[in-house]
Design a protein around this ligand. Sequence first.
Ligand code: CTP
Ligand code: MG
Length: 254
Amino acid sequence: MTYQEEDLFFRYNYKMSKFFALIPAAGSGSRMENKLPKQYLPLAGRPMIYHALRTLCRSPGIVSVFVVLAPDDSEWLRHDWSEFSGKLVVFNYGGVTRSMSILNGLKAAPDASSIVDSDWVLVHDAARPCLSEALLNKLMNELADDAVGGLLAVPLADTLKRSDVSNRVEHTESRKGLWQAQTPQMFRYKLLVDALSRPSSIAMTDDASAVEELGLHPKLVLSDARNLKITYPQDMILAELILRAQLEGYGEYD
Ligand code: CTP
Ligand code: MG
């Protein structure tokens, strides 16, 4: 399957496309060193995944939100998700890697929703609980007419050092043109299925990488550092502060 950006432009009827979201939540959170998978760790009074789910479900433009859990998940049903029942679709089809979880969820989606090939899918990690409504809207607005799709991302702020084997600075790297990829990452359903179905995509840590392998150039939509990913225990402190500020209405000062 080859894709040309010009072809993509004509393949779909853009104005008719609907928006769907998919949250991969089948990881174990090994770097958090907690027995509970990180998507369920308590954060601002809720299991972590609640926050991303709430932001996506509250977006009027999003038709359904698919959540992909591990087949042996024993935690999901311990919580009350009824406030999302209008949009929430849960699959216990998590795979060995993030990409496999997403692909399994995408393949199950047509039987559980009205999704068609040209619809947009916003893939968003359960581990990014601080996604704001403003950034979500910005991503959807900036990409709605795009041929390829894209992702939220932040230009690198820190100075970059290349080390030698003994952790001494070999040289300083230029950070010009370097961005940190975040989620949501937004691509059309069929394009995402094609990209993630390639064997080389199995170990990729984001969806854009798989789309790039098709020769396409996803658009970087300027985000900010508040949409952080929780990877290590210390990330919880910052996320808790950001979420509390957002819930109290102080989070949006842009
Ligand atoms: N994920 C998934 N299926 C997997 C692995 C990861 O659905 N087999 C999900 C995670 O639940 C998370 C997102 O992908 O929401 C981003 O992955 P990451 O932050 O790496 O989470 P984990 O893989 O759970 O953490 P770790 O890599 O530390 O084990
Ligand atoms: Mg992982």
